[in-house]
Design a protein around this ligand. Structure first.
Ligand code: ZN
Length: 240
């Protein structure tokens, strides 16, 4: 008995692990697919005129500070302008601070329904427009697409299609769970649906629902597999 239960537990654990793996593969496929083939929509921008290099008092009635999701490197001015744009499965955020010398942070997040993977690019651009320092983290070169997802003046004119590999743990977990559940509904639901349809057809034809053996009218137990037949009325009316 307990051996039987242990077998069932192993099956449940195995099937769950398989669906989670399927969810993880799908999460990466959607995110990288969106970065490779997707596009960014209209670019939105917002500036905070009160966010100087030194955090000061915000005048009464000033709009709330910019919501900037990334950590600004040590010694950098605060982000004064943000831009963002998104498409299916991909979101781009840009932040800029400073005046003559500008500090620019760009991040691409990919995944659906939440951002699961990202890369972050930090660079300092001097008055001539040249980048004096650059740091790109969490990305690998895209072997398929080398173009850009969209244009923006801060960021050398474009957002590259580099593939993000740095995990955003909360979004990654959420995406894997949602997509694993989606696969489970699709595959297990499809299997159950096929089983229901097969049994219904056997019932209509007067066959045993359990094994499909052709049994005669009015027989209450299948001679082939021994299954009880409870649908004598249905089997005797082949109209459906
Ligand atoms: Zn049978």
């Amino acid at each position: 008995m307990s051996e039987h239960r242990g077998h069932r537990i192993r099956i449940v654990v195995g099937v769950t692990a398989a669906f989670l793996l399927l969810g993880a593969v799908t999460t990466v496929a959607i995110g990288w697919g969106a970065v490779t083939f997707g596009g960014l929509g209209a670019i939105n921008s917002q500036w905070d005129l009160f966010a100087g290099p030194e955090p000061g008092e915000r005048p009464e009635g000033a709009p709330p500070p910019l919501a900037w999701p990334l950590r600004v490197p040590e010694g950098w001015p605060r982000v004064q302008g943000v831009s963002w744009s998104d498409g299916f499965g991909v979101r781009w955020d840009g932040g800029v601070g400073g005046t003559d010398t500008q500090t620019v942070i760009t991040s691409v997040r990919a995944g659906w329904p939440m951002g699961a993977l990202r890369w972050v690019d930090e660079r300092v651009i001097d008055g001539t427009g040249a980048a004096s320092s650059m740091s790109l983290r969490g990305s690998v070169r895209n072997p398929i697409a080398t173009g850009s997802m969209g244009s923006w003046g801060w960021y050398a004119g474009s957002v590259p299609r580099d593939l993000p590999i740095s995990p955003i743990w909360l979004g990654l977990a959420a995406d894997v769970l949602v997509l694993a559940a989606g696969w489970a509904v699709l595959l297990l639901g499809g299997r159950a649906g096929v089983r229901v349809a097969v049994r219904a057809r056997r019932r209509r034809r007067g066959h045993c629902e359990a094994c499909g053996y052709e049994v005669g009218q009015g027989v209450t137990t299948c001679p082939e597999c021994g299954a009880a037949r409870e649908t004598l009325e249905a089997s005797s009316s082949p109209s459906a």
